[in-house]
Design a protein around this ligand. Structure first.
Ligand SMILES: Cc1ncc(COP(=O)(O)O)c(C=O)c1O
Length: 510
């Protein structure tokens, strides 16, 4: 079995000696030969170096006794590495994959069973500075199931461990849990409580959310992810033969791996072309176009709206009402993806009721995780007739937590003393401060920043300086390498925990 931690250690010392005090970046291709012997080869960290690494990898792939799926997995991993190379991340990143033949172990011509070959082949990005101890990021290559997304998640953890999480604008999922939430979890962690949502904290929370939303009849449930909240809520509102209307950049379309389709048992999504905010006119056109093919086509289903949108915009109450009015015309229910509900509410300076049922929304995914919780989202149906079906779907979908009290405790602490609104104010305030700094630095905004997310373009050279100094955010439409004066879009997200110092530090660089 090949473990990259070990190989990483030996690789590191070699690099440190080589660089002699200078920053040194390169691509490392590492693999095991048929006898399990570890091997590696370094390439310059340039586009050409990557191309050579890929060429060499392909050569290896054809020479080792592996099946097509393995080669495909390696290629997928490398594709992620390529994307990441464009971000200029300051880290050691290993996206190697195990090579294991699954499920059938074909016999290689040598007579060796391929499935016994536990090697790795992958491309890593390393950065080293002599005298500085560079730790391998702890990814092992013996896990055949590791996906690029998992590797990325681990990489995030690794960055934080290495203390490089300054100027962090990559996501509002990346920040810490608010101390009040942690405190509430500790307090909840005494004694015993009824399981599966029958705990007293849940009861209190239900009442609190009903009060917050001015909806005494509302059915309130908790899940741990926004994807679960969205997918289960939409599944409850739709039939497998229906279609959900949403924006063409909706999280449910772009970032949920078809969970709504999966949980609804096959309902599809009809995308309303808009690139950010749907208009009533665009929505009407999309709805009119569907259900025109009788039994052959999808039937009209719910309308899904994201508030804040995936591009950092906020629908005004008027815009929301215009969309829900179109849905109502066709008798369609409305779902609101409120992963950033508090951020939108603070931006609009309105009440939760005004931004939901009073505006014609039937069910809300009410986010907590991005705004200070550890991992909890509420699903709120304003018409309790959906309650039982949602409960069944949540259980069947494996999202009914036995120790629900820990979800309830988080959400309760989130709502108490207006923590949710304070955090959102802070996040939006940080974002506004950053946006103003960006504007003064000559940034061009791709969308008007209205909550805690900014899409703006800067000359590539500015991004390069920022990344070199350790900033973290997502480049949106081009790699980091290339002409310095070319403008590149980027996404910046602020959560409640970002400090003004971090923002100033970043602004001084660009
Ligand atoms: C608009 C939107 N909806 C939902 C989610 C929640 O997704 P997750 O399943 O990652 O909690 C996110 C998170 O990025 C989001 O941006």
């Amino acid at each position: 079995m090949f473990d990259n931690n070990t190989s990483g250690q030996s690789g590191i010392s070699k690099i440190a000696n080589q660089v002699n005090g200078k920053k040194y970046l390169y691509w490392r291709l590492q693999w095991s030969d048929d006898s399990g012997k570890r091997k590696c080869k370094n390439f310059p960290r340039t586009g050409e170096g990557m191309a050579r690494a890929i060429e060499f990898r392909d050569h290896l792939c054809s020479s080792i006794k592996s099946d097509d799926s393995i080669v495909a997995r390696i290629a997928a991993t490398t594709a992620v590495a390529e994307v990441l190379s464009g971000t200029g991340l300051d880290l050691s990143l290993d996206l190697s994959r195990s090579i294991m033949s699954t499920p059938a172990p074909p016999l290689a011509p040598s007579g060796k069973c391929v499935s016994e070959f536990h090697g790795s082949i992958g491309i890593s990005l390393w950065r080293g500075t002599a005298g500085q101890q560079i730790r391998h990021n702890g990814l092992t290559t013996t896990d055949p199931e590791r996906t690029p997304a998992e590797a990325l998640r681990r990489f995030d953890v690794c960055r934080q461990r290495r203390g490089t999480n300054l100027m962090y604008f990559a996501s509002d999922n990346s920040g810490p849990v608010h101390p009040h939430i942690l405190q509430a979890l500790t307090q909840a962690n005494t004694g015993y409580a009824m399981s599966y949502g029958a705990d007293t904290q849940m009861e209190t929370l239900r009442d609190t959310l009903r009060e917050v939303f001015e909806a005494p009849e509302a059915a309130v449930y908790l899940v741990a992810t926004g994807t679960a909240a969205n997918a289960l809520a939409l599944a409850t509102l739709s039939q497998p033969y229906q279609t959900v209307f949403c924006s063409d950049v909706a999280h449910i379309h772009e970032d949920e791996c078809n969970a709504p389709e999966f949980y609804s048992g096959g309902a599809k999504l009809t995308l309303v072309p808009c690139g950010n905010k749907m208009t009533a006119q665009g929505l009407r056109k999309a709805i009119e176009t569907e259900e025109t093919r009788g039994v052959h086509g999808p039937q009209r289903g719910p309308v899904a709206i994201s508030q804040v949108t995936e591009r950092g915009s906020v629908y005004s109450l008027e815009e929301l009402r215009a969309l829900t009015a179109v849905a109502a015309e066709f008798g369609l229910p409305v779902h609101l993806d409120g992963a950033r509900f508090a951020n939108a509410m603070v931006a609009l300076d309105c009440t939760a009721a005004e931004m939901s049922w009073k505006a014609g929304v039937d069910v809300v995914s009410f986010g907590g995780t991005k705004n200070g919780c550890m991992g909890v989202e509420a699903v709120i149906f304003f018409d309790p007739k959906h309650a039982w079906e949602f409960e069944l779907r949540r259980k069947r979908g494996a999202h009914l937590f036995s120790k629900n009290r820990y979800l309830a405790a988080q959400m309760l602490a989130y709502l108490q003393q207006d923590l949710w609104l304070d955090n959102a104010q802070r996040a939006n305030g940080n974002s506004a401060y950053l946006a103003e700094g960006l504007r003064q630095a000559g940034a061009e905004f791709l969308h008007r920043p209205e909550a805690n997310m900014i899409f703006a373009s800067l000359p590539r050279a500015s991004h390069q300086r920022a990344f070199d100094a350790g900033a973290s955010y997502h480049l949106w439409d081009a790699p980091l390498q290339g002409p310095g004066d070319e403008r590149i879009g980027a996404r910046f997200v602020c959560d409640w925990s970002i400090s003004r110092e971090q923002i100033d530090q970043f602004l001084a660089l660009i």
